[in-house]
Write a protein that binds this ligand. Structure first.
Ligand code: ADP
Length: 235
């Protein structure tokens, strides 16, 4: 298993944002992490990346504990946070060179060229990040997440705010990345899950209410649509 989460819990003050979540994810599959706003998706993902300390429970990536083995974790995972914070004053190429250097990549220049091609940023590579459209900014976010060729990708609402064309392109890209990596992505768009994911976890009020391959989840609910199942489980 490349992601293993056991009884993960997070309190903010007295509020239990994540309530004893356990799940696993493996390579070559895309896991959709679904839940209504405020369900605890981002909080869980931030604990998975080691950026947020759990109140209790553990998370590991490829056998490394996200709290105890932070350096290894940073090397083997790529993270696209919600709302993609980027250095808007930097040029695309300059930013990716900077990120590549922070990972200590050997052939950083050629890796930047490869990554720009992988995410389809060739036409924009000489522009300032702040000048790019939302869709291209999202590609820069994905580029910084994959530049070091991580085994695990953690993507928090990777397609939020994109227009239909951008959406299709970013989904294709994620799909191709998911062929050999372990991908977990959060969303509240059901079509996204249908289009991209092999497995789905639904959380509600911080707790897991479903965890199945998509076909199995539908079968369990009398072949209802994902939308109906989601509504029923998060009502
Ligand atoms: P989701 O990503 O599913 O929309 P979040 O993980 O962002 O949900 O939030 C889960 C709950 O935790 C929400 O009620 C949110 O207000 C709360 N929360 C998230 N981050 C913080 C924080 N840093 N401090 C206090 N409360 C937080």
């Amino acid at each position: 298993m490349s992601i293993r989460v056991t009884e993960l819990t997070k309190y903010f003050g007295t509020q239990k944002a994540v309530d004893g979540i356990s799940f696993e994810a493996k390579p070559g599959r895309i896991l959709g992490f679904l839940g209504p706003n405020g369900a605890g998706k981002s909080t869980t993902m931030r604990m998975l990346t080691g950026y947020l300390e759990p109140s209790s429970g553990t998370a590991s990536l490829c056998g490394f504990d996200t709290q105890l083995q932070n350096l290894e974790i940073k090397r083997l995972m790529g993270y696209l946070p919600e709302n993609t914070p980027l250095y808007t004053d930097m040029y695309v190429q300059e930013f990716l060179l900077f990120v590549g250097h922070t990972y200590g990549l050997k052939d950083v220049k050629s890796r930047v060229v490869e990554t720009i091609a992988a995410v389809g940023l060739e036409t924009e590579q000489h522009k300032k990040i702040g000048m790019l459209s939302k869709g291209y900014k999202q590609r820069v976010g994905l580029a910084q997440a994959i530049i070091h060729n991580p085994e695990v990708l953690i993507l928090d609402e990777p397609t939020s705010g994109l227009d239909p064309n951008q959406l299709a392109e970013i989904r294709d890209l994620i799909k191709s990345l998911g062929k050999d990596k372990t991908v977990i992505l959060s969303t509240h768009i059901m079509q996204e899950v249908e289009a991209l994911c092999d497995d789905v976890i639904i959380i509600n009020k911080g707790a897991v209410v479903a965890n199945h391959p998509i076909a199995e989840l539908k079968h369990l609910h009398g072949n209802a649509s994902l939308e109906e199942i989601f509504k029923k489980l998060t009502a």
